[in-house]
Design a protein around this ligand. Structure first.
Ligand code: ZN
Length: 190
């Protein structure tokens, strides 16, 4: 266990969420739903790096984030602007299930819709290192099959970038240590 947060437990907890995805009818990728609130299924840190071609602002990765590494603003950012895109290999439900069960490997899975998941471990932009916070400064916009990380408010240089992972309330609770006054005590939604 590399740090204070339960890495392998995080992976374990993804199973119920995936089952939920499996229960839906098999079909090709549906049109993106603007109201969809994506769920970061699992998060695990490895050899952190940022692919700056996806970043619209200067961002940097360093230790000392909420959870080990974090992504920090390298410059001031106005509200409601694209910061970067969550990229990764596009995998189907079967592959998502397989990878989520491979606890020995690094896992960064982000549900794009009911069928597709992006695996940030393969071709990730660095957005996969953005930590969870219950009062985040980044919001997620899913549009045309892309997962965009937008500023939710103005962000000052040096601030850590955070996003709400929205873990399902139907899976085991994962404690949150974000430290926000609005912290709900768990990464799961209530
Ligand atoms: Zn919290």
């Amino acid at each position: 266990m590399p740090s204070s947060k339960p890495v392998s437990r995080t992976v374990k907890k993804v199973k119920p969420a995936i089952k939920k995805v499996q229960s839906k009818a098999r079909k090709k990728a549906p049109a993106p739903e603007p109201e969809l609130v994506p769920e970061v299924i699992a998060f695990r840190a490895q050899k952190p790096r940022i692919d700056s071609k996806h970043a619209q602002f200067k961002i940097c990765i360093k230790k000392g984030g909420i959870h080990r590494y974090g992504i920090f603003a390298g410059e001031d950012m106005p509200k409601n602007r694209k910061v970067t895109e969550y990229t990764g290999e596009r995998i189907n439900r079967r592959e998502t299930r397989k990878r989520s069960e491979e606890q020995g490997s690094m896992i960064y899975l982000f549900t794009l819709d009911s069928y597709w998941t992006l695996d940030g471990a393969v071709g990730g932009s660095g957005a996969e290192y953005i930590n969870h916070c219950c009062d985040p400064n980044i919001r997620v916009l899913v549009t045309k099959g892309h997962i965009l990380y937008m500023t939710k408010r103005a962000i000052r240089k040096g601030e850590e970038l955070t996003v709400d992972y929205h873990f399902s309330k139907e899976i085991e609770r994962i404690p949150c240590y974000c430290g926000s006054p609005k912290c709900r005590g768990t990464i799961n939604v209530k």
